[in-house]
Design a protein around this ligand. Structure first.
Ligand SMILES: *Cc1c(COP(=O)(O)O)cnc(C)c1O
Length: 399
């Protein structure tokens, strides 16, 4: 049996390598950025100006470009996505000792942002269609475990206040936001979108960030657009954006020379040099989205044969979503779960950096005392999914 599984993995990875036209010794990363003359000129201009740090025009320009792409009023650029999430949670009033609901199927930063504020992550179940928080499972769970009085939601078990739900748009696919927004309204929960992976993604004609009270983006090097390191907080409310901006700049009171800080602030503002890269990347968004769509379509077509042969499937987001297809993923059939590590081993050996889905957050040792729903769907997804090389430039190779 073992040798049979091994041979399936070997054949699959070898055909993938050919299909992706992998050159001799070429490394195929999970997601490489696209950086060209546009970016080089913008960064050089910033360097020439010497305004590389906390002052300069590229940050407001980058924020304006993001506001247009995401169709939101308010944008505050930050040093990374994790700091954006932390400030987003603080902006909706998350405090020490509160619980924050979030999917177990997410990157550790989602939980870290809550923990940095002294809040307690409380993990919830996912659904397998759009890979977001499962509204049905969540609602049943909240009805059983929570009590709402005077608009405040409390965990009947821990007695702690439950302040917010963080949703995460897995691999760029937006979840079931209408239903989740309604649940949040019904239970007095703030809604925060972890849209780190979802720049350019839409659902029902709305961009990621539409549903949440506040939203966080990331521009890490492996995201769809990058500023090296970077993030942004999006919201619809000018006063919330002003508070976030204030916290991100050490809560310094505006004055020409005095150092007065009226709250505990953070040094989370995006440097001008990073924003210079971001401004150029924003111009590339339509081109990147087109290439990513091409790649997802080509994978989908290529997997038809593998499905017929061994039941290896391509994860397809529902057609009504307009996803940015940040990371593509394959799904193993139950009967071939044993091949999971074989495929990863074979691919990484051949310098195709395929990756498993994150270890579920409710399984991490740092969260052993955190409350959690049962998460069989998230566990099933994590055991069946493997991410495929998803760099935009592969669109043309595979397409
Ligand atoms: C990338 C990512 C983050 C964090 O972004 P950084 O910029 O790396 O801090 C948060 N949540 C999710 C789901 C991510 O994929």
């Amino acid at each position: 049996m073992m040798s049979c599984l091994e041979s399936i993995a070997t054949e699959f990875v070898s055909e993938l390598s050919m299909r992706l036209k992998q050159g001799d010794g070429e490394v195929l990363a999970l997601h490489e950025p696209v950086i060209g003359d546009l970016e080089k000129r913008s960064v050089a201009e910033c360097l020439d100006s010497t305004f590389v740090s906390t002052v300069g025009q590229h940050v407001p320009r980058f924020e304006a470009a993001l506001a247009e792409i995401c169709r939101v009023e308010q944008v505050v650029a930050t040093v990374n996505g994790t700091s954006a999430l932390q400030l987003a949670l603080k902006a909706v009033g998350v405090e020490k000792g509160d619980e924050v609901l979030m999917p177990a199927l997410s990157f550790v930063a989602t939980a870290n942002a809550a923990s940095y504020l002294g809040a307690i992550p409380h993990f919830v179940e996912s659904e397998s269609e759009q890979l977001g928080v499962c509204p049905r499972a969540l609602e049943n769970y909240l009805k059983e475990k929570m009590q709402v009085s005077d608009g405040v939601c409390r965990n009947l078990g821990s007695k702690r206040r439950v302040k917010a739900l963080v949703v995460m748009h897995t691999f760029g696919h937006i979840g079931k936001m209408k239903a989740l927004r309604e649940i949040c309204d019904g239970f007095g929960l703030a809604l925060v979108e972890d849209a780190a992976e979802a720049v350019g993604s839409e659902c029902d004609g709305h961009h990621a960030g539409h549903w949440g009270d506040v939203t966080a983006l990331s521009f890490n090097g492996n995201k769809i657009i990058t500023t090296g390191g970077g993030g942004a907080v999006l919201c619809h409310d000018e006063s919330m954006a002003a508070r976030v901006r204030h916290w991100s700049t050490t809560a310094k009171v505006n004055h020409s020379w005095e150092y007065d800080h009226d709250e505990l602030g953070y040094n989370y503002r995006m440097p001008n040099l990073n924003a210079a890269l971001g401004v150029a990347q924003c111009l590339r968004v339509p081109e990147l989205l087109a290439q990513k769509e091409l790649l997802a379509k080509a994978y989908s077509k290529w997997f038809k044969d593998w499905k017929a042969k061994w039941g290896l499937e391509f994860y397809e987001a529902p057609a009504m979503l307009k996803s940015n297809h940040w990371l593509n993923a394959m799904l193993l059939p139950e009967s071939l779960l044993g091949i999971h590590n074989e495929i990863l081993e074979e691919a990484n050996h051949r310098k195709i950096f395929m990756r498993p889905v994150w270890k579920l957050l409710n399984r991490l040792v740092i969260h052993k005392d955190c409350p959690s729903m049962e998460t069989p769907v998230a566990e099933g997804l994590a055991s069946r999914m493997i991410n495929l090389p998803s760099s935009a430039f592969l669109g043309e190779r595979l397409g």
